[in-house]
Design a protein around this ligand. Sequence first.
Ligand code: ATP
Ligand code: MG
Length: 510
Amino acid sequence: MQQEIDTAIETALTAAPKQLRSREVGSVTHIGGGIARATGLPGLGAEELVRLPGGVLGIAINLSEADIGIVLLGDSDELGAGSEVEATGREVDTPVGDTLLGRVLDATGRVRDGGAPLQIQERRAVEQPAPPMMDRAPVQVPLQTGLKAVDALIPIGRGQRELIVGDRQTGKTSIAVGSIINQRDTDVISIYCAIGQRGTAVARVVDALREHEALERTIVLVASGEDPPGLQYITPYAAMSMGEYFMEQGHDVLIVYDDLTRHARAYRELSLLLRRPPGREAYPGDIFYLHSRLLERATHLSDERGGGSLTALPIIETQAQDISAYIPTNLISITDGQIYVSPELFRKGMMPAIDIGKSVSRVGGKTQLPAYRKVAGDLRLAYSQFEELETFARFGTRLDEDTRATIERGRRVREILKQHEYQTLSVSEQITALLAVNSGMFDGLELEQVGQAEQTLRAQLLERHPELWQRIDQGETLSDDDWEQLQQALRSAADSLQSDPDEARDHGND
Ligand code: ATP
Ligand code: MG
């Protein structure tokens, strides 16, 4: 009899659907700080997604015999000891696709712009392997930021990783957002990934993107400072997965991470709560890997893989200009160069406050359009020489005529490199300005007049030689004759400028 019952039970069990047999449910023992501890899920995989009551998701991180550590991706207000934890058998994933463009959302796919819920076509795991070396191609095409200081002196290529580093309130976000805005007339798709910021700061960026008609081609992915640290932790990886979706279709993608200092802090908080051993500056041992595995995914794919690219502009905030602190040094070593913004330059009104001498771009130079080489070829060197001379001249040294001329020219170049927030310029507009200052057109003007004179000259020249400028914008190499023609146009425009300073002022106010 007993045997018959046993057999019956066994048959019934074998016939039952799998999920009935092994629906793994555990129970929360402790909750707090965006972390939960739970027991009773012996079959759980590392980094597996778990579901808690109220649709809250979590990532199983620390698996030990005694209990598991769960990083929560949603609010834990409704949860407490005894809440059920259910395994999902899935990895953490994020929505990807065209429907995300123009939207503000978080990594789990919830919208944050008050609009309709997302139409999700496809989801992808947030963690993906970086493309193997075989699939990568050298960086070949420039990514124009629209900023003279960057495009002429620290050029960035599509597929490059360029760090923007500096103290708080020095214009880091403005440089990155300006770069996104400058893509509005190109085929580049942008992702602005905000991590750990205040809601108002993100709203300001969204407004700027909308106002400058760049939002349509941009995804704004947000994990604010009020969100659980777990959500902040996965957000940059989600942004990468969203970008990879487009890159694999052959598109060029630009991702801004604003900022990875706050990302590192969120990860440190999680790690300490999970009682992982703290290392330098209390960060866990794998903090370097945290950011290197992220930025390794930015690349330019080979033609066989469709030729798409993913350019990354991570932002890092320094304290008291200390770029040798732990997180900044890590990121400097992971990226292909850095744009260093200085609080002193910012205070002096030299905006964007880019310190040219401390900034570098290691791969973008090869991609720079030929016109820049013509007008800014040795500008970088000349500019740093000027900066040294200027410091030296402050000691009241008597200067010879040449030195004085070098300093005066340098000061005018500095005026030309100034650019108002989000007022990005096309290649031809930049080239006219640089050509004019290099040819000494502004040497006779007071420094305060340079900005206005630049605008006048630019307008006049672009008007007179539209076909030449179009060719420059398209990246063509101009012949010597072409350049001679431009120089002449420049000279006559400059003459009219000197003879009629009032007109210069009128144009400047346009
Ligand atoms: P935070 O550390 O708070 O993130 P940040 O370094 O990202 O600051 P931004 O927010 O970009 O700096 O800029 C700081 C302030 O300076 C803003 O009010 C911005 O409008 C202004 N600003 C930045 N760049 C320029 C510029 N080129 N011209 C004029 N104003 C600028
Ligand atoms: Mg900022």
